[in-house]
Write a protein that binds this ligand. Structure first.
Ligand code: MV4
Length: 457
């Protein structure tokens, strides 16, 4: 087992990894930018190394400085968390070249899944259902038009290097294909240095359902159920849950087996997530594979009892996953709300600054993962997520009631947060029915007045 792990990240995920390491008897090294000197991950790690000024390029994305911090402190493994360098093939390779175990996939797997056209071909070959559409990269705008005319409208044009909705266009009629192709392709070239595009049939009102994978380095892989992530705004998830209200026992078996087949096809090791689009009839189609631990992993931990970070570390240390996980039982229902310092009444404008008063909820079935505290200053340079509130209860109805209660007793003074908005979601009849899709927030009617009482904290 590793003796010392460096965490190449900040915020709540850095803390989350530190907690897992300390319970495993592993020493930890935090790295931080000067904007995060007073952050909790710096305080709670055994050692901390300042790696530069606030801009990410000069700190959390600066590979030579992170490697140097690992060398100075004698770390033997590096955990990338999520975001930042977590899906950088180059970082994975450089860690290994310098004698650190990268607690994430190999550069080959990161590249294979980062190329969406290649990922789709790989998954299809493994027997995983993929969205119908032309296989491979489109030759030209005209090629796109011909294929779209043949398939019928609407279609989706997607950038092969994209993901998370970037470089993607919905096209409803023939004359729109060529301009849509050109603009999406240009956007992808600028953002990713690659202009390859592919085409798919448009799935109407899909749900975003993703399956958690755990794989050891001996060729074994299992799934740990699914997460429902359809409550998102501009591809930013706000509420996640497990299990998905749409997925029954039979569908779970099928989608789980598909995800496991996909993971085995690429010889995956560690934790990963296979994202699916699911239609009203519970047909599911491979969308993307995320080769990292995800923000919403706690809802899976709550319903399975598995510590995903500990398992991830064990898998990379060469251990086999425990036999008993093979027939895991889902227990109850879990919901997570991402608490962002943003103003939901003002187009989710980021709201950095000092938290003058901070009280987190507690009680039965409530978990909080956060790096914030009273007096903490939210830096302007990084994302606006200041923590996550996760609840667990016997069933979905009770989990929703518990989440509302937890949000109600949360006090964050200073910045505006997404909390009142999430309280409104918990009270929404369509959300409560469980019968919603990825368009839910587009038509969600939020009335800030009704939650003005939350401002009096
Ligand atoms: C789609 C789709 C409908 N049909 N592909 C958005 C993020 C990127 N990973 C893929 N996305 C979509 N791909 C086809 N063929 C609808 C979406 C989509 C979406 C997917 C998941 C969660 C939220 C979404 C919001 C808008 C569109």
């Amino acid at each position: 087992m590793f003796k010392k792990v460096l965490i190449a990240n900040r915020g709540e995920i850095a803390l989350r990894v530190i907690r897992a390491c300390h319970e495993m008897g592993i020493k930890t090294v935090a790295v931080y930018s000067t904007a995060d000197e007073l952050s909790l991950h710096v305080k709670f790690a055994n050692e901390a190394v300042c790696i530069g000024p606030p801009p990410s390029n000069e700190s959390y994305l600066n590979i030579p400085r992170i490697i140097a911090a690992g060398e100075i402190t004698g770390a033997d493994a590096i955990h990338p968390g999520y975001g930042f360098l977590s899906e950088s093939a180059q970082f994975s390779r450089i860690c290994e070249e310098n004698g650190f175990t990268f607690l994430g996939p190999t550069p080959e797997i990161i590249n294979a899944m980062g190329n969406k056209v290649q990922a789709k071909i790989t998954m299809k070959k493994a027997g995983v259902p993929v969205v119908p559409g032309g296989e491979g990269v489109l030759d030209s705008p005209e090629d796109a038009k011909n294929k779209a005319d043949e398939m019928g409208y609407p279609v989706m044009l997607k950038a092969s290097a994209g993901g998370g909705g970037r470089g993607m266009r919905l096209v409803k009629k023939s004359e729109d294909v060529i301009p849509a192709y050109k603009s999406a392709s240009q956007e992808s070239l600028t953002a990713f240095g690659n202009e390859d595009m592919y085409i798919e049939k448009f799935i109407e009102n899909p749900r975003h359902v993703e399956v958690q994978i755990l794989a050891d380095s001996h060729g074994n892989a299992i799934h740990l159920g699914e997460r429902e992530c359809s409550i998102q705004r501009r591809h930013q998830k706000l509420v996640e849950e497990s299990p998905s209200p749409l997925v029954d026992e039979e569908t779970r078996k099928l989608i789980g087996a598909a995800a496991v087949a996909g993971a085995k096809a690429v010889n995956y090791v560690g934790v990963g997530t296979i994202e699916f689009l699911m239609d009203k009839n519970k047909n599911y189609f491979f969308m993307e594979m995320n080769t990292r631990i995800q923000v919403e992993h706690p809802v899976t931990e709550m319903v399975t009892g598995v510590d995903l970070i500990k398992q991830q570390i064990k898998m990379h240390a060469g251990l086999k996953y425990p036999e008993y996980l093979q027939d895991f039982k889902l227990r109850g229902h879990s919901i997570e709300c991402r608490i962002n310092a943003e103003d939901p009444a003002n187009n989710f404008m980021p709201f950095p600054g000092e938290i003058t008063n901070f009280h987190m909820p507690g009680g039965k079935g409530v978990r909080v993962d956060t790096h914030a505290y009273s007096g903490y200053k939210i830096p302007t340079q990084y994302d606006s997520m200041i923590g996550k509130i996760i609840v667990h209860a016997k069933n979905r109805e009770r989990a929703i009631i518990r989440m509302y209660r937890a949000l109600q007793e949360t006090i964050i003074s200073g910045p505006k947060t997404t909390i009142p908005y999430q309280m409104a979601i918990m009270e929404n009849e369509i959300f409560k029915s469980g019968n919603f899709d990825t368009s839910f927030l587009e038509t969600f009617d939020y009335n800030p007045e009704k939650y003005a009482f939350k401002e009096e904290n």
